[in-house]
Design a binder for this molecule. Sequence first.
Ligand code: FES
Ligand SMILES: [Fe+2]
Length: 314
Amino acid sequence: MARNFPHPIPASWYAVAVSGDLAIGEVVSRDYFGRQLAVFRGEDGKPAVLDAHCPHLGAHLAHGGTVVGSRIRCPFHAWEFEGATGVCAHVPYAKRIPAAAHVGAYPTVEKNGFVFAWYHPQDAPPSFELPDLREAGSEDWSTPDRYEWEVRTQIQEMGENGVDSAHFQFVHGALNVPTAEVESDGPSRRNYQPVNLKTPRGEVDGGIESQVYGMGFAITRFTGICETLELACSTPIDKESVHVRYAFTQPRVDGADPVGGVAAAIIRDIVKQMNEDIPIWENKKFCERPILCDGDGPIPEYRRWCKQFYADAP
Ligand code: FES
Ligand SMILES: [Fe+2]
């Protein structure tokens, strides 16, 4: 392979939709995990994620399919599949439903303003949980400010950025090479980086704290000037491209979302950093045995941590 990306798609929870973009009874087509999916919200309010193609004669459930209760009805011959299990529960013109009539179903949870599906290459059940964030949806925190990108790379390559201390200076113009503290705990990982912020009123102590849950979800809290929470969702489209969604929220001031000023500048700067990283990611290759020096961050440790998500890959 030209770009030398050796990794399969890692097992993890991945965002497949923004909650507010999926109305009750709505069906959308999504291409993730190198597969085609039908994502819908049942009349019971529950989101569901199924493989898109009907096992009867192959119609695409998200192109003309309709939601009936907690099921999706195929647009071709009206077979109905349960959102939670993918099992065919109704064939309007048959006396017996064939035993094999089901589509692949993905464990699905809705948290923090996103719908997440669990991907595992052999369909093993989820091995960890995502957190519920107190700030997400709270009256005291601003309406999420959302951004999205499609990036031609692998998630492991993007995640490596957080521990690649030296690039902050040379790609993002940081004043020095920040040192990060990193702690891993099973599928979770925490990075903390103190930062010294220069403001017109002098220097302010701040920090960037990231908590990562598997390969698809990270929460980063920026403190110092205007507390900012970034929810970052990375979802593999296929083996070499990733859909990234960021949602930012900040404390409301007198009940209103902050407008402009420092609050907006922080978000602008984080988005700018993403845009600076993209051309590197999209054109680099993966170095299996990089030549590292003493000023580099804990890249080998990060790579070891990633391995757990490929453990059951074929
Ligand atoms: S193809 Fe889906 S019901 Fe026939
Ligand atoms: Fe970066």
